[in-house]
Ligand binder design. Structure first.
Ligand SMILES: Cc1cc2nc3c(=O)[nH]c(=O)nc-3n(C[C@H](O)[C@H](O)[C@H](O)COP(=O)(O)OP(=O)(O)OC[C@H]3O[C@@H](n4cnc5c(N)ncnc54)[C@H](O)[C@@H]3O)c2cc1C
Length: 538
């Protein structure tokens, strides 16, 4: 084994499995030091609310426990990575620094500075791509030097590249020399959230629905694969999408993928292999269509530091959104008067997660659907509360939903009706009642539009609209009609200026992105080539 020590720097990629940079680092150097640095920004902590902080803290506890079981530990520092490394390179006699590549442009400057320091101090810097399926730079190269502006162009590039690499083997920790210097027994331990000054935003957050960390990720992953297998046996795929389960135990892995507690390559390959083993045939690519959207947004944001903004963002349309702090606050706090929207916003704040259909409904309502408020305002709220909030993925989805980018010639001017969409997704009303207990006795007939309930019904339900629960902030029909007109103007202006808009290629792609099942719960069917009149429309 070569001389000198190796530091592995965890940022995202908070896992031991399928972590190429970590694996390489463990075979280099005489001693191995796993390090995490709180620098006020790492892993999105700059904008994070309580739930995501707690999730990150779980991830670090889990890593620390796994390393301790093998005689090592996680060394946690606070401050500027360059200053910390400058000191630790000398103190620990470091010759190698390994880390997983962070694809988003907001991390480029931090990494550039650290790489320059390594060069200056003659430390070999080893960076490996594993947060994404493919190396975004290679996709961009394939596309002639710029990110593929449409999803179909993106698909062409990755099809040409071929399948992503298979996952790496698990590390054998007992073979790694993880020294704990005696003066570090007390130093660099992971502080509690309270010590770091991170506190709950509301008492409902006491109930912890999501536990972070690699161990939990792998447990849930096993459950998820069984779920996928059941779907394949039943003749369908993408079960989280086609059978939206708003109330069941968490089956989503997005927060684990976001922090890298679960390898995206393991996710991708396990789904394809499960299908091939079961069906004895080559698996179709759309089995993992959703993670490809993840790749797409990461790739689109490469080199675009303004990806999360409207102005100066070359791929985003400049739309004249309204400023309305009162309505924005009503939306944020789940007080719009539309129970389906409000229940979703409460779940977001309490638990840090909402299903894609809820994200879609709330994002559409805030922007082109009802309130005509900028997607940037919505993004800030999601970015604070979502466990899986990713700088590029969240912004990409917001631009898409608000028709600011990625949409086929803005040909989706119809919006989701907050009443009908709610009824379809929550036919028993259990979801709305769970997150809005004030409506627990409201009969199902009025649950999604309680202002229509006669006074006597409201009294029996102990919920007077306007007093115990708000009146709607806007009247959906007229608001969406006015917004429809506004959007027409945007389209016309676009035609005049001739801007080529980023666009998904087909209706099917649009529907897949929006996760509209073929057969909607509660009747009515949506075919790929149809507009989904059941819930769309004015
Ligand atoms: C306004 C809005 C904001 C969103 N912000 C985020 C975000 O910050 N981070 C995030 O991971 N997802 C985001 N999504 C996408 C999507 O809602 C979640 O990824 C999904 O709900 C996760 O559920 P799942 O793990 O069951 O997905 P699955 O069906 O299991 O999909 C597997 C994985 O693919 C990725 N994925 C799925 N859908 C999308 C999508 N539309 N775009 C990009 N990646 C996707 C996720 O990593 C997900 O875990 C957003 C959607 C909307 C409408």
């Amino acid at each position: 084994m070569p001389g000198g020590a190796c530091i592995h720097w965890f940022r995202h990629g908070l896992r031991l499995h399928d972590n190429p940079a970590l694996l390489e680092g463990m075979t280099l150097g005489k001693e191995f030091y796993p390090v995490f640095i709180f620098d006020n920004e790492v892993a999105g902590t700059k904008t994070s609310g309580y739930n995501r902080w707690r999730f990150l803290h779980d991830c670090l506890v889990d890593l620390d426990e796994q390393l301790k079981a093998a005689g090592g530990r996680l060394f946690v520092f606070h401050g500027d990575p360059c200053l910390i490394f400058k000191e630790m390179f000398l103190e620990w006699g470091v010759r190698y620094l390994t880390f997983e590549s962070d694809p988003e442009p907001i991390w480029t400057e931090r990494d550039r500075r650290v790489k320059a320091l390594c060069k200056e101090m003659k430390v070999e810097c080893i960076e490996r791509v594993s947060h994404t399926l493919w190396n975004p730079d290679i996709i961009i190269e394939k596309n002639g030097g710029t990110p593929p502006i449409t999803y179909s162009m993106f698909m062409e590039c990755v099809t040409e590249i071929g399948h992503p690499p298979r996952p790496m083997p698990d590390p054998i920790l007992t073979k790694v020399n993880m020294k704990i210097p005696s003066d570090f027994e007390e130093r660099c331990a992971l502080p509690s959230l309270e010590v770091m000054g991170v506190n709950m935003e509301c008492t409902e957050q006491e109930k912890k629905v999501w536990k972070g960390g690699e161990t939990r990720a792998l447990e849930l992953f096993r459950v998820r694969i069984l779920h996928e297998e059941e779907a394949f046996k039943g003749g369908y795929c993408l079960p989280n999408q086609y059978m939206p389960d708003l109330l069941g135990t968490p089956k989503s892995l997005s927060a684990y993928l976001r922090f890298g507690c679960l390898s995206v390559r393991r996710f991708y390959w396990k789904i394809h292999d499960t299908y091939s083993e079961l069906k004895k045939e080559v698996s179709p690519s759309h089995l993992t269509a959703q993670v490809i959207w993840r790749e797409y947004f990461y790739t689109m944001s490469v080199g675009n530091i303004h990806f999360n903004k409207m102005k100066e963002n070359p791929i985003c349309l400049n739309i004249e959104w309204k400023e309305d702090d009162e309505k924005l606050k009503a939306w944020t706090d789940g007080r719009t008067g539309y129970p389906w929207i409000d229940a979703c916003m409460k779940q977001l704040k309490y638990e840090g997660w909402i299903h894609q259909v809820g994200r879609h409904a709330t994002a559409c309502f805030l922007t082109r659907g009802d309130l005509w408020i900028s997607w940037e305002d919505g993004l800030q709220v999601f970015d604070k509360y979502l466990l899986d909030a990713d700088w590029s993925i969240c912004a990409g989805n917001w631009m898409w939903i608000s028709s600011s980018a990625f949409e086929k010639f803005l040909q989706c001017p119809n919006c989701f009706c907050p009443v009908r969409y709610g009824r379809r997704m929550d036919p028993t009303g259990e979801y709305v009642r769970r997150y809005l207990p004030v409506l627990k006795d409201m009969p199902i007939r009025y649950l999604f539009e309680p202002w229509k309930a006669p006074r006597a019904v409201q009294e029996r339900a102990k919920c007077i609209v306007g007093k115990d629960y708000p009146m709607p902030v806007v009247e959906h029909k007229s608001a969406s009609a006015a917004n429809h007109e506004q959007m027409e103007k945007v389209v016309n202006k676009l035609r005049d200026t001739g801007i080529v808009h980023c666009a998904p290629s087909t209706q099917r792609e649009v529907r897949e992105f929006v996760w509209l099942p073929e057969k909607m719960a509660g009747g009515g069917s949506c075919r790929a080539d149809q507009n989904c009149e059941g819930i769309l429309g004015l």
